[in-house]
Ligand binder design. Structure first.
Ligand code: AMP
Ligand code: MG
Length: 468
């Protein structure tokens, strides 16, 4: 069986914390969902819905973990939208047959983080699952301390994971593996039916999408934190937000997940881990593909696809419109930038970069102020200016374009923390405000300037772990 039908477990005295109007609109719902609270928390089930929890397996931190599955997610809807079908899940709505040692619940803290980040990533133009709502209940759940429960309603065309395929591969149930692959191809990749080997074509397309997704993460400084194969979407969507983080003071080896002591999922490691995960998927699809050679060929698209996408994104971040083939020195310009970037706030750097002028250093000041080693910055900035002049870059036009690419507002951990602490005291206004800011990450929002500021000193003690 691919899933088990079951009902969510009710929570006492629920309250609505926040909803996303654009997410609601996408599935044809009004912005105000307060009438639907019972459904949003899983105390009522929509008419005709037959909720289910799906089984999957996976590699966790590089080690085969066996069966996992939806331990606290329950699928309850499938809505046709202008962007294709959208499935709806409760996350945190109670025990399932796959809960293992867990309680089937999610805490308010991690639910607010998933809710905000899903919608923030979407607004950044990065492929992701969406979040419709977060609702809470004062029912206690035990983590490091006792916290309160919450349920996120999240949406994606599919929640099928790499681990869904690994599950049947490791059980040697090739018939089930084929049912799953055929379902995914027919529903989400119908064009691949024309390919000589549709399963190899599926692997290639998922590999490509994964490479692109991770290039987007690197370009915006997003770190997922738990890139286990059970958290890797077969549609190339950012999925299962846990101890994620956005890069602040740049450190290529930054580890956002306190539980990840080896740094397997550090910023610098994300691209190669994405490739490793595609290998795990390839292994699982091998019985369907039939031969090693086309399997390897499908995997081999990862490196060039990642390289081409990150190259494209970095050009855009620097406001450069002519690409690599015209300027073979661009790679060195990018590498040398990352060599001087350590310690500098990632988001502020790229945002302020749009103020640099091609002719002279008169626009450098705000950017230069971010650096301790000003001489190193000046040297790089001169090379950058030379490069801008080589393509006759116009300052005004480039500034506009760069500000559409380099966000002003990202979900810094401390911003989430402030909203969470207020919400824990039943003041949900900050979640709402922060969501509104993050839904327009590229816009100047003068009234919200402080949301773009460097983290305060207390934020350096913040730690996020797998506990959620
Ligand atoms: P994650 O790394 O958070 O995506 O979770 C890994 C696995 O643990 C998945 O199968 C989850 O469903 C399961 N899981 C995590 N937390 C809980 C919980 N509180 N109750 C039940 N299952 C959980
Ligand atoms: Mg997961």
């Amino acid at each position: 069986m691919f899933y088990t039908r079951l009902m969510p477990t009710p929570l006492p005295a629920p309250y609505l914390v926040a909803t996303s109007a654009p997410a609601a609109q996408l599935i044809g719902l009004p912005a105000d969902l307060s009438d639907s609270l019972d459904i949003l928390i899983g105390n009522a089930v929509p008419e005709r819905a037959q909720p289910l929890a799906a089984v999957y397996s996976g590699h966790q931190f590089g080690v085969w973990a066996g069966q996992l599955g939806d331990g606290r997610a329950i699928l309850f809807g499938d809505v046709a939208t202008s962007a294709g079908p959208m499935e709806l899940q409760w996350k945190g709505a109670g025990l399932t047959p796959y809960s293992r040692m867990g309680d089937g619940r999610a805490v308010l803290r991690s639910s607010i983080r998933e809710f905000l980040c899903s919608e923030a990533m979407h607004a950044l133009g990065i492929p992701t699952s969406r979040a419709l709502s977060v609702a809470g209940s004062d029912q206690g759940v035990v983590r490091e301390t006792v916290e309160t429960s919450a349920v996120v309603v999240r949406m994606a065309p599919s929640f099928v994971r790499f681990g869904s395929f690994e599950h049947w591969y490791y059980r040697k149930q090739t018939d089930q593996l084929k049912v799953l692959a055929d379902y995914v191809i027919d529903r989400f990749y119908p064009d691949l039916r024309q390919a000589g080997n549709p399963y190899a074509a599926l692997l290639e397309e998922v590999t490509r999408r994964t490479a692109h997704m991770i290039a987007h993460w690197q370009a915006v400084g997003f770190m997922h934190g738990v890139m286990n194969t059970d958290n890797m979407s077969i549609l190339g969507l950012t999925l299962d937000y846990g101890p994620f983080g956005f890069m602040e003071a740049f450190d290529a080896n930054h580890i956002c997940n306190h539980t990840d002591q080896q740094g397997r999922y550090s910023y610098a490691n994300q691209p190669q881990v994405g490739h490793w995960n595609c290998y795990a998927l390839a292994q699982a699809l091998l019985p369907l593909i039939g031969e090693v050679e086309p399997t390897q060929a499908a995997l081999d698209v990862y490196q060039p696809e990642f390289a081409a996408k990150i190259d494209e994104l970095l050009h855009a971040k620097l406001g450069l419109t002519m690409l690599e083939d015209q300027f073979d020195t661009d790679r060195a310009l990018f590498d040398d930038l990352f060599a001087i970037l350590p310690g500098v706030d990632f988001t502020l750097f790229f945002r302020r970069l749009s103020g640099v002028r091609a002719a002279d250093a008169s626009g450098d000041e705000a950017l230069r102020d971010l650096f301790i080693d000003r001489a190193a910055f000046d040297a790089w900035a001169e090379r950058y200016r030379t490069r801008l002049r080589a393509e006759n870059s116009e300052d005004a036009r480039r500034t506009v374009a760069m500000n559409q690419t380099n966000p002003k507002y990202v979900l810094r951990n401390y911003l989430a923390q402030v909203a969470i602490e207020k919400a824990q005291n039943k003041d949900f206004s900050e979640v709402e405000r922060l969501l509104a800011v993050l839904q327009r990450p590229f816009d100047e929002q003068p009234e919200h300037e402080h949301y773009a500021a460097l983290p305060p000193d207390w934020a350096s003690h913040l730690e996020v772990s797998c506990s959620s």
